[in-house]
Design a protein. Structure first.
Length: 201
């Protein structure tokens, strides 16, 4: 079974928070379980390129089906079973073709194109700009100082004469508001976008 090598503190609570859409919890789970999950899948597919694509796909499935994790007794076991199931599906598709290498290349190309369409980053970037315009003046200023000027929380707090905790709370609130805006506009968030919104936490 795939293990993280070190159990997360309050693991069940963390997965429950993730099931409710908590991005901080999701990032902690991703950071902890992505290495063993990638290693597990690579041992099955014997291809680094295909491993990267399957791993990306598995995490997208985990995010989209996150509500199922709230009542899962063994979340780590669930991730292991999901990874194995999705990987077997890929191997089955590949095995049906007489030319193994040709099939792997075709599946790789098709999946890459599908993910590019699904995750249309340019469209998401435009929507994020629209979402930022919906923020309150102070929240917008703090967000832009963090994401556009790349200032630290300490630097923002000093410049605006406010506490660091206020800066942190405003950025968390802005990230959640932008995420909600994107989802309300029918955008499926990619991992890159999710982490760009919550990269400091």
């Amino acid at each position: 079974m795939m293990t993280s090598g070190k159990e997360l503190p309050n693991e069940m609570e963390l997965f429950q928070r993730f099931a409710q859409g908590d991005m901080v919890a999701f990032k902690k789970i991703y950071d902890q379980y992505n290495p063993p999950l990638s290693s597990f899948i690579q041992k099955m597919v014997k291809s680094l390129d295909l491993t990267q694509e399957v791993v990306q796909y598995v995490w997208v499935v985990v995010w989209n089906d996150r509500t199922k994790l709230e009542n899962v007794a063994n979340p780590a076991g669930y991730l292991h079973r999901l990874a194995r199931y999705k990987t077997y599906n890929y191997l089955k598709k590949i095995a049906l073709d007489r030319d193994l290498m040709q099939k792997m290349a075709r599946v790789s190309t098709e999946l890459h194109n599908e993910l590019e369409e699904m995750f249309d980053l340019k469209h998401q970037e435009a929507l994020i700009k629209d979402a930022v315009q919906e923020l309150s003046p102070q929240r917008k200023k703090i967000w832009e100082m963090s994401r556009t000027q790349h200032l630290s929380h300490e630097e923002i707090a000093e410049a605006l004469q406010i506490s660091k905790s206020t800066v942190n709370n405003q950025i968390v609130a802005a990230s959640a508001q932008i995420k909600s805006f994107l989802e309300n506009n029918g955008t499926l968030l990619s991992l890159a976008t999710l982490f760009s919104l919550f990269k400091d936490y």
